[in-house]
Design a protein around this ligand. Sequence first.
Ligand code: SF4
Ligand code: SF4
Length: 126
Amino acid sequence: MSNIIKKESYPYAFDTSACASCEGKCCTGESGYIYVTKNEIEKISKLLNLSVNEFGVKYLFKKAYKYSIKEIKIEDSYECVFYDRATNGCKIYEARPNQCATFPFWEYYKTRVDELKSECPGIIDV
Ligand code: SF4
Ligand code: SF4
């Protein structure tokens, strides 16, 4: 099976095999916002066996009218609290936010391929 994902109207493709050796660049590095919707908050809370309120207090912060997952700073890296360095994976993978599940195919990157390439080693030209 091919590891290459292409999507119509995107000027790049994504080689999923790059994730194995990349050490979660999309979950670590520069600080950013990992937005979660109300439905996603409910799903993650359920996965973690927490009430929505407990989950919110522990793992979220408010950014304008939205909520984002917190980060922790490790040396120079701002890492999503759910990034697992030991396995190079996501601790809430089954319930990860859509923002994470759709990366690197974000509208934003359609016109910023060089920026995306500097963030994700799996990006290839089509
Ligand atoms: S930055 Fe790209 S290659 Fe690295 S884990 Fe994220 S999606 Fe995979
Ligand atoms: S929720 Fe999971 S996939 Fe999304 S940034 Fe955090 S560790 Fe990465």
